[in-house]
Design a protein around this ligand. Structure first.
Ligand code: GLU
Length: 406
C-alpha cells in the first residue's frame, strides 16, 4: 500500500508538470531537512515504565521557522509525519504566512492514558526535543488528538528546560496561557471562508446537505459553523460510529450526547450506522475531517458528494483525485481548505512575540481576508492551467517556496 508520503510525492510530480521548476529544486523538496526520532520514557500510574517513540520532522524552512502540529495516534510513524511535514511546507506557502513546514507525533493511543500519564508523555516529548524547537526555529501546535492543555504542558516544560518563558515556542495554547482568540475553531472557520468564497463558482446550492467525517478538533467545529450558517449536516461520525438524519442533525444536541457518552453512537436524533460507510452518503458537500487515505481508487466510485472540502490532511489519494476530476467533482485541497488553523497559529505566534492580544473579531477578519484571497487565486490559477484545485494550489505554493529558496 502506498504511504501518505508516496501520495505526497505523487502529487508533487503531477503538479510540477504544469509549470517549470528546476530538477534541482524538485530534488531538494523530496527530502526533509531533518527527521528526528526520540524515545520518551514515561512512568505509568501503576509504577511501571513505558517508552514511547516520538518524532519531529523539519521539512523546509525557506519561508520561515518550521511550523506544524504534533499528532498522538497509535498508527502514527515517521513516514506519516514526514508526509504531514511536507504538506505543512506547502500549506504555509499557500496561506502566505512566514512559516516553513514541520510536523511531530507520538505513536500512542492517548485514549488509553490517564490525565497524569498524558501530561508526563507531553512534557517528555518537549524535554526530548527542546533543543530543536524554538520561537524562531520550529513552532509546534495541536493536531489529531492533541489539545490546548497539552500545548500548555509543553510550553511550561520548554520554559523549565530552556529558561525562555515566551510562549511563542508553541501555538494552540489555552487563552490564559497566551493562546489566541479563535484558534480552537480556526481550522473549520478558515475552511468555511474558503467554501463561501468558492461555493457558487463550484455550482453548489445556497443551502447544502453536508456530510462530515470526524467529530474532533476540526469536524465538531465544522458541524457547528456550517449548521449555524443554514446548511444541513445530514451525517457525521467519530472513530466509533456514524449517525445520519436526512432532515439535518441537531448539532448542539449531538455535541452534548458525545460529551456524555464518549461517542456519537446511539444519538436519539438520528440513525446510527457503520462509520466506514460515512463518505458514501448522498450530499452536496463532503468534509473529511479525520485521517489520510479515506477516499481511494477502490472506493471513490461510491462517493456521491457534489464537492469535497478537505479539513483533514491527505484524505483523498491522487488516483481518487483523478477520478473525481473526471466526474466533475471539485476537491478543495487540504493545503488550502484547512490552512486556517496554521494561519491563526501564526497570529498567536505574532501576538506572543509582540506582547499583544487581538480580539476574536480582529482574528476572524484577518483570517477571512487571507483565506478568500488565496481561495480565489487558486480557483483562477486552476482555470488558467485547466487543472484541478490541488495542482493549482501546489503550483502557487511551489513558486513561493522557490522564490524564498533563491
Ligand atoms: N495541525 C494543524 C495542521 O495540520 C495546525 C498546525 C499549526 O497550527 O501549526 O495544519
Amino acid at each position: 500500500m502506498p504511504t501518505p508520503f508516496d501520495h505526497a510525492m505523487n502529487q508533487l510530480e503531477r503538479a510540477t508538470k504544469l509549470a517549470f521548476f528546476s530538477p534541482e529544486f524538485l530534488e531538494r523538496l523530496r527530502y526533509p531537512n531533518r527527521q528526528i526520532r526520540v524515545s520518551i520514557p514515561v512512568t505509568m500510574d501503576d509504577g511501571s515504565l513505558r517508552v514511547f517513540e516520538g518524532y519531529r520532522v523539519q521539512f523546509n524552512n525557506a519561508r520561515g521557522p518550521y511550523k506544524g502540529g504534533i499528532r498522538y495516534h497509535q498508527d502514527t510513524d515517521i513516514e506519516e509525519v514526514k508526509a504531514l511535514a511536507f504538506w505543512m511546507s506547502l500549506k504555509c506557502a499557500v496561506a502566505n504566512i512566514p512559516m516553513g513546514g514541520g510536523k511531530g507525533g507520538v505513536s500512542v493511543n492517548p485514549k488509553t492514558l490517564s490525565a497524569g500519564e498524558l501530561e508526563r508523555l507531553s512534557r517528555g516529548w518537549m524535554r526530548a526535543l527542546a533543543d530543536v524547537v524554538g520561537a524562531h526555529k520550529d513552532v509546534p501546535a495541536p493536531d489529531v488528538n492533541t489539545t490546548p492543555q497539552i500545548m500548555a504542558w509543553m510550553a511550561d516544560e520548554y520554559a523549565k528546560v530552556t529558561g525562555e518563558t515566551n510562549g511563542a515556542v508553541i501555538t494552540g495554547k489555552p487563552l490564559d496561557a497566551g493562546g489566541s482568540e479563535g484558534r480552537g475553531t480556526a481550522t473549520a472557520q478558515g475552511g468555511f471562508y474558503v467554501f463561501e468564497a468558492l461555493r457558487s463558482e463550484l455550482g453548489l446550492p445556497e443551502q447544502c446537505r453536508v456530510v462530515i467525517q470526524g467529530f474532533g478538533n476540526a469536524g465538531e467545529h465544522a458541524a457547528e459553523i456550517w449548521s449555524k450558517a443554514g446548511h444541513k449536516i445530514v451525517a457525521t461520525c467519530d472513530s466509533k460510529a456514524a449517525v445520519r438524519n436526512p432532515d439535518g442533525l441537531d448539532i448542539a444536541a449531538l455535541y452534548v450526547h458525545k460529551k456524555s457518552t464518549g461517542s456519537v453512537a446511539g444519538f436519539a436524533g438520528g440513525e446510527t450506522f457503520e462509520g466506514s460507510e460515512l463518505c458514501f452518503e448522498p450530499c452536496d458537500l463532503l468534509i473529511p475531517a479525520a485521517l489520510e487515505n479515506q477516499i481511494r481508487q477502490d472506493n471513490v466510485g461510491r462517493v456521491q458528494a457534489k464537492a469535497i472540502l478537505e479539513l483533514a490532511n491527505g484524505p483523498v489519494t491522487p488516483d481518487a483525485d483523478d477520478a473525481l476530476f473526471a466526474r466533475g467533482v471539485p476537491v478543495i485541497p487540504d493545503i488550502l481548505a484547512n490552512s486556517g488553523g496554521v494561519t491563526v497559529s501564526t497570529f498567536e505566534w505574532e501576538q506572543n512575540l509582540n506582547g499583544e492580544h487581538w480580539s476574536e473579531a480582529q482574528v476572524f477578519e484577518k483570517l477571512k481576508t487571507m483565506m478568500e484571497r488565496e481561495a480565489v487565486g487558486i480557483l483562477n490559477r486552476s482555470r488558467e492551467l485547466k487543472t484541478d484545485l490541488r495542482r493549482a494550489a501546489f503550483v502557487i505554493a511551489l513558486e513561493r517556496i522557490k522564490d524564498a529558496m533563491k
